[in-house]
Design a binder for this molecule. Structure first.
Ligand code: MG
Ligand code: MG
Ligand code: MG
Length: 305
């Protein structure tokens, strides 16, 4: 029986590459698996697939009656609508444990490290399966992306070690230069609508029955967005209404300045102010040193609800 492997909605490079790399491993182990995706890919993921000749996973948004592995998430809010009708065989993830539950025993590889692909690298090592060159290159890029080239506080020694080993397999010496090239591709905003930008890396969370949306744009230089801030806010207002959200936050993360400009619309701004111990003016604030949504944003916002 065919099993599908996919990452979260609005898939990032870790979700797309994680589906590809885990599907290959599972196939080597004799399970018939195929990588899929829940949505359109970002310019960064396109760069990675082009660079290493990766095949774009098929778009599939419904999984009722299917067997699945989940990578890079365990939140219902980031899952396909009919996930409750699927059989979850396993989860490989590096986020806080979400609210997905199962009726049957499952395989779980969940660790507090920088990237799902680092965990998948460990799975290859555990099973003593060789990683093909192209897949190693893509996995390396996914780790460099999730760890913001090792700058993110989520990055661990396990991640840097995995990148070095994968770089050797794919034959790329200057992996940090490739990482920068990738972030330049990621910073591309030409032709992107405000909706494209707000949802490029956007996730919704259920915080004690309150819906909160958090998007993030990781850029080499966020000043290129200065002229588009009003447009972004106008679209955030629509996203907030459409999703019936209490709060919507977009983080414009400057990976060179190592901080994030917070754009926020909320039914109760004081919750956001006390989460970060800041004063929000004109719905904005600068968060010095904040690069990680999962480690520096969600854990502070969640207790407010
Ligand atoms: Mg992800
Ligand atoms: Mg990830
Ligand atoms: Mg990320």
């Amino acid at each position: 029986m065919l099993t599908y492997i996919f990452g979260h909605t609005n898939p990032d490079s870790d979700s797309i590459v994680g589906a590809i790399s885990l599907a290959h491993l599972k196939n080597q182990l004799g399970e018939e698996c195929v990588a899929t995706r829940q949505g359109e890919i970002s310019p960064e993921t396109e760069f990675i697939l082009n660079k290493f000749g990766g095949t774009l996973p098929e778009l599939k948004t419904s999984y009722a009656g299917e067997s699945v592995y989940l990578v890079d998430f365990s939140d219902i809010a980031q899952a396909p609508k009919d996930i409750k009708e699927a059989t979850i065989l396993g989860i490989v993830d590096h986020h806080k444990l979400g609210d997905i539950t199962t009726d049957t025993p499952l395989e779980c590889w969940i660790r507090p490290i920088g990237c799902t692909n680092t965990i998948i690298k460990e799975m290859y090592d555990y099973h003593k399966i060789e990683i093909p060159k192209d897949i190693a290159g893509m996995m390396m890029c996914a780790i460099l992306s999730d760890t913001v080239i090792f700058k993110s506080p989520t990055c661990t020694k396990v991640d840097t070690k995995a990148v070095k080993e994968l770089a050797e397999i794919c034959g790329i010496e200057d992996y940090k230069a490739l990482g920068m090239e990738m972030f330049i591709a990621k910073s591309q905003i030409d032709g992107a609508t405000a909706r494209d930008l707000n949802t490029r890396d956007y996730k919704e969370f259920d915080m004690n029955d309150t819906k909160v949306g958090i998007g993030q744009l990781e850029m080499i230089d966020i000043s290129v967005l200065d002229s588009r801030i009003d447009e972004l806010f106008a679209d955030m207002k629509l996203l907030k209404e459409e999703g019936n959200l209490h709060t919507i936050v977009i983080l414009l993360t400057d990976i060179m300045k190592e901080g994030s400009q917070l754009l926020v619309l909320s039914d109760d701004m004081s919750k956001v102010e006390s989460a970060f111990n800041i004063k929000i003016e004109n719905n904005q604030a600068w968060l010095e040193g904040v690069l990680s949504r999962k480690k520096q944003v969600i854990p502070f916002l969640q207790p407010q609800f």
